[in-house]
Design a protein. Structure first.
Length: 107
C-alpha cells in the first residue's frame, strides 16, 4: 500500500509540474512573429511587383500598338512614293513624246 501511496504522490507531483509548465516557447513565438513579418513584407513586395508588371504590360501594349501604326504608315508612305514615282515616269514619257512631236513640227 505504501508503494501505491508513493506512486500517487509522485503522480500528483508530476501533474502539478505539468500544470505549471509553460508551454509557450518564447523563441518559437519570436520565430513565428519574424516569419509573419517577413511574410507581410513579401506580400507587399509581391503586390509592388504585380503593379509594376501591369504598368510594363500596358507600356508594352502601347508601344506595340504604336509600332504597328508606324509600320502601317510606312507602308502607306511607300505606296505613295511608288505611285509618285510612277506618275513622274508617266510625265517624263509624255514630255519626251511632246518634245519629239515638237521636233517633228520644227523640221
Amino acid at each position: 500500500m505504501n508503494s501505491v501511496n508513493e506512486k500517487e504522490k509522485k503522480l500528483n507531483l508530476a501533474l502539478t509540474k505539468l500544470k505549471n509548465l509553460n508551454l509557450k516557447n518564447p523563441e518559437l513565438q519570436n520565430n513565428i512573429e519574424d516569419l509573419n513579418s517577413k511574410k507581410n513584407q513579401l506580400e507587399i513586395e509581391k503586390q509592388d511587383l504585380e503593379d509594376n508588371y501591369k504598368i510594363l504590360q500596358e507600356d508594352y501594349n502601347n508601344l506595340s500598338r504604336k509600332l504597328e501604326e508606324m509600320k502601317d504608315k510606312e507602308k502607306i508612305d511607300q505606296k505613295k512614293q511608288i505611285e509618285f514615282s510612277e506618275k513622274i515616269d508617266e510625265l517624263n514619257q509624255e514630255t519626251d513624246t511632246l518634245i519629239e512631236e515638237i521636233d517633228k513640227w520644227q523640221t
